[in-house]
Design a protein around this ligand. Structure first.
Ligand SMILES: NC(=O)c1ccc[n+]([C@@H]2O[C@H](COP(=O)([O-])OP(=O)(O)OC[C@H]3O[C@@H](n4cnc5c(N)ncnc54)[C@H](OP(=O)(O)O)[C@@H]3O)[C@@H](O)[C@H]2O)c1
Length: 283
């Protein structure tokens, strides 16, 4: 099976290349496969002739999206629509990567795939949701994989940020304790995408985050515990850390569709983090 990646040089794309080695993976990125150039992208797709596209390319800098609204929509909405149309016209299955930010984040419960998404309160979330809707409209043979709190080899990620902040120069670090989510490794996502690739009949929206839940504060404590770092961490509130894009209070995703389709559970976030810390920092 030939699998073409968009955004193949990004954090998730790089892990997919490594983890999906049993497939013929063609990792594309800028400049050769610009998703904002509809004609150019389709021509490129026609030369690669993949069976499946895993669409990772996006504008992922959440705060930057608030000030560069046109660019966010150009990439995350129009770019994704271009990929979806090209896949449909060329009979290619599309796996599009999306995010927990499509939800507003005020629910007390984890969000399932059946909960209505609106794009939430950020330009990033709204532009990614517009991208999801384009995938649903233009390419029926699709899987939308929503992931969150992502970290992977090379970063950038919360794990990398914490590790560089804990360089011994700060007596204490304040970390937000009133937002909860599912920290998720790119490796865990890649392994689940392998299952999805091997099940061509699957279609629709799937939540694909690690099991268990944590606040950023819990996540930081676990990073430092695994790294053997004696860094003092102080819990703080969202209000103490104002950001251009408001962060969802509740980013937890329920994996109902994985269960309903007989797919294995995602690993617990602490197990996935342990595996990652050993490979990324224990050198
Ligand atoms: N990172 C997270 O925490 C997170 C959480 C939830 C969901 N996601 C989703 O997961 C997916 C992968 O995220 P990631 O963290 O791997 O992203 P990333 O590291 O930012 O990678 C995105 C890649 O897309 C490329 N790209 C940008 N504009 C492009 C264009 N016009 N045409 C083709 N490629 C373009 C980027 O190139 P440049 O670097 O040159 O711009 C980069 O290599 C995205 O869909 C994202 O929305 C990420």
């Amino acid at each position: 099976m030939k699998v073409m990646l968009t955004g193949g040089k990004g954090m998730l794309g790089r892990t997919l290349v490594k983890e999906l080695a049993e497939f013929e993976v063609v990792a594309t990125d800028l400049p050769e496969a610009d998703i904002t150039d509809e004609t150019g992208f389709e021509k490129f797709l026609q030369t690669v002739k993949p069976d499946v596209v895993i669409h990772c390319a996006a504008m992922t800098a959440v705060d930057k999206c608030e000030s560069q609204i046109d660019l966010a929509y150009k990439l995350n909405a129009e770019g994704t629509a271009n990929v979806a149309r090209a896949c449909y016209k060329n009979h290619v299955r599309l796996i599009a990567i999306s995010t927990d930010y499509v939800f507003e984040g005020s629910s007390e419960k984890p969000y399932s795939e059946l909960d209505p998404a609106t794009g939430g309160n950020t330009v990033y979330g709204k532009s990614k949701f517009a991208g999801e809707e384009a995938v649903r409209s233009f390419c029926p043979n699709h899987v939308i994989a929503r992931i969150s709190w992502l970290y992977g080899a090379g970063g950038p990620s919360f794990v990398h940020a914490m590790m560089s902040l804990a360089d011994g120069s700060r007596p204490e670090l304040k970390v937000v304790a009133d937002q909860i989510g599912n920290p998720t490794s790119t490796t865990a996502v890649a392994r689940m995408l392998r299952n999805i690739l091997n099940r061509p009949e699957l279609c629709g929206t799937f939540h694909m985050t690690c099991e268990g839940e944590a606040s950023w504060y819990d996540f930081a404590l676990e990073i430092f515990r695994l790294a053997g770092k004696n860094q003092k961490v102080i819990p703080c509130t969202t209000e103490e850390f104002p950001r251009p894009a408001p962060r969802p209070k509740n980013s937890r995703l329920d994996k109902m569709m994985l269960h309903l389709n007989g797919l294995p559970a995602m690993p617990h976030w602490q197990d996935a983090l342990k595996e990652f810390m050993a490979s990324e920092f224990d050198r």
